[in-house]
Write a protein that binds this ligand. Structure first.
Ligand SMILES: [Zn+2]
Ligand SMILES: [Zn+2]
Length: 80
């Protein structure tokens, strides 16, 4: 068991890898961002959305992860 896990919970974010889309997504309201998390494709460019760790911004291959494989943070499932 790793002993150095951060105590604070993080969350999985969905992003578009296009910088312009990422800017638009970042400026969405909280309610819109919550809705955005349910999307599969980017509403601005129709590309596949990518899961990233909110804490270390590394790319995740699944939204089902309970912990970040890169930084070890726990994902708060209530924030999905
Ligand atoms: Zn996009
Ligand atoms: Zn991480």
């Amino acid at each position: 068991m790793p002993v150095n896990l951060p105590k604070t919970a993080s969350s999985i974010e969905k992003i578009c890898q296009d910088a312009e889309c990422a800017e638009k997504i970042a400026s969405l309201s909280e309610a819109e961002q919550n809705l955005f998390k349910t999307f599969t494709y980017c509403p601005y460019c129709a590309e596949d959305l990518t899961f990233v760790c909110h804490t270390c911004r590394e790319q995740l291959t699944s939204s089902e992860y309970k912990f970040c494989p890169w930084c070890g943070v726990k994902f708060d499932e209530s924030k999905r």
